[in-house]
Design a protein around this ligand. Structure first.
Ligand code: ACO
Length: 327
């Protein structure tokens, strides 16, 4: 008998600190009006100096396993998609597993920019449908404000911090992981990257002085690519799933820019009420946007027992991906 993978628990967590557009007006030459019109963002959350990605993830995972009705010892593996781990090593996943008392299980981080959560779900599907695992945790989490250049008005207005997690099981009921699509184009990587801190350009006084440990972004290039790849990912995932556009109930896409979400929704011929949007509250939290929105949509009953949900994302790499969930 063929096995399926189901999302049986969701959780998210954001820091308490709120950074409004009015706050940003005091830091860079911008206006609330420009930010809302160009991005849809009104405010975002920002961690304080003592809070790391693992702190946000720990609470998000706790919430997800509580909804699933699991104990920490039920979890057989945890993977965290992030570009802002606590350290290069050890992994944030291992830190969180230790904090939550998940002993001796595989725990690792991986990186696919803002697409990481979808890459994580594809991995969960493979692990669970192949019979390698029965219960695992997939996380998308980032503290992008830690690597934001607060003098660059075209990027600093976009980003916020957050974490989202799902518990994935071989046993339903829940959101069954259906058709999927994932891809990348490294030739476009230069348009969204952190120049220094890796083996190519290790940290030095010079790299710090040149702000090379922050996000460098060509917003206009990314924007065009995002609109195309998000649409293509949705269509490929729907095709694999055998589902038509008219049968989609809800789009939960990466929250990078309201205009990108709107373009994806238009391509899928969805009505406004079929699109989950929370970018106004959190900005772009990178790998966390989709699991955070998914958790909100589950808890406020936007996602119902029979919902067909499309997930779509793009991000650094460049990467992209989509997945269909059947509740
Ligand atoms: N306030 C006021 N004016 C601004 C601001 C600002 N914060 N930022 C830029 N401008 C100005 C520019 O200087 C430019 O002025 P000019 O015409 O006089 O030169 C004008 O606004 C237009 O700038 P563009 O950069 O061309 O504007 P664009 O339409 O591309 O919008 C934006 C910019 C919102 C950043 C958009 O490009 C975008 O959202 N791109 C996608 C970025 C993204 O999603 N990145 C994350 C990827 S996911 C991940 O992995 C993190």
């Amino acid at each position: 008998m063929s096995r399926n993978a189901y999302i049986v628990g969701t959780g998210h967590n954001v820091p308490d600190g709120v950074l409004t557009n009015a706050d940003l007006e005091k830091i860079v030459d911008t206006t609330d009006e420009w930010i809302v019109k160009m991005t849809g963002i009104k405010e975002r959350r920002k961690t304080d100096d003592s809070t790391a990605t693992s702190d946000l993830v720990t609470v998000a995972v706790k919430n997800a396993i509580e909804m699933a009705g699991w104990e920490p010892e039920d979890v057989q593996g945890i993977i965290v998609g992030t570009v802002t781990p606590d350290y290069y090593f050890p992994s944030t996943a291992a830190i969180v597993a230790d904090k939550l008392g998940m002993k001796n299980i595989p725990a690792y981080d991986f990186e696919a920019g803002c697409t990481a959560f979808i890459y994580g779900l594809v991995q969960a599907k493979a692990f669970i449908e192949s019979g390698m695992m029965d219960r695992m945790i997939i996380v998308g989490a980032d503290c992008l404000t830690k690597i934001t250049n607060w003098t660059d008005r075209s990027s600093c207005i976009l980003f916020g911090d957050g974490a989202g997690a799902v518990a994935v099981s071989s046993e339903g009921p829940g959101g069954r992981l259906g058709g999927w699509h994932w891809g990348s184009d490294g030739s476009m990587g230069k348009h969204l990257f952190q120049p220094a801190g890796g083996s190519k350009k290790p940290a030095s006084h010079e790299t710090v002085d040149n702000m090379e440990h922050t996000i460098h972004m060509n917003g206009a290039r990314i924007f065009k690519y995002a609109v195309r790849t998000m649409h293509d990912s949705c269509m490929e995932a729907l095709k694999m799933d055998g589902t038509e556009k008219k049968d989609v109930d809800l789009l939960v896409s990466h929250q990078a820019n309201l205009r990108i979400i709107d373009a994806t929704a238009r391509a899928l011929e969805l009505k406004p009420e079929q699109v989950y949007i929370n970018i106004q509250k959190y900005g772009n939290t990178s790998a966390a946007t989709i699991p955070m929105a998914l958790d909100e949509a589950v808890r406020d009953n936007t996602i119902k027992e029979t919902s067909t949900v499309v997930l779509a994302a793009f991000g650094a790499g460049l990467t992209w991906g989509g997945m269909i969930l059947h509740w």
